[in-house]
Design a protein around this ligand. Structure first.
Ligand code: ZN
Length: 149
């Protein structure tokens, strides 16, 4: 019984080639075909190579020492590379509107600019956003979802 189920779905296998989104090789068999285990890319549904990636606006939570920068970007890889930080804590889906709402929400612990003190309250909020061990995996899944036909 368990073998039959396993043969139909949920088996981790090796993808025929690296995932075009994240480059990983572990896949899962799903109803529509093969899916990248890490970012959820549906294998075989690859868009034309010339098509631009979808723009996913995110609010990022970037820790440096005991402070957290809450900012937004449409190109988080490039943006984060230019900001000194110890650790990316989380991404939240959204742009300027969400960013401004968070800045207001945490106004009492604002240290200046986009930097906030990492209090228990802020940490709790960030924890609720952490759906994957690595925030970049969450980001890759949003990109992957946006590319689904
Ligand atoms: Zn992938």
């Amino acid at each position: 019984m368990s073998e039959v189920v396993a043969s139909l779905a949920g088996v981790t296998l090796r993808l025929p080639e690296p995932c075009p989104l994240c480059g990983r090789l572990a896949g899962t068999r799903v109803a529509g075909g093969l899916e990248c285990s890490w970012c959820g890319w549906l294998f075989g549904s690859s868009p034309d190579d010339g098509l631009p990636r979808p723009v996913i606006e995110v609010v990022y939570y970037l820790r440096y020492d005991r402070r957290v920068k809450i900012g937004t970007s449409r190109r988080p890889r490039q943006r984060l590379a230019s900001i000194r930080h110890d650790e990316l804590l989380a991404f939240e889906r959204g742009g300027r509107g969400v960013e401004q709402a968070r800045h207001r929400e945490f106004a009492d612990i604002r240290e200046g600019g986009e930097w906030f003190t990492l209090t228990a309250t802020l940490r709790h909020h960030i924890t609720t956003l952490q759906r994957t061990p690595d925030p970049w995996q969450q980001y890759a899944r949003w990109v992957s979802d946006a590319l689904r036909p």
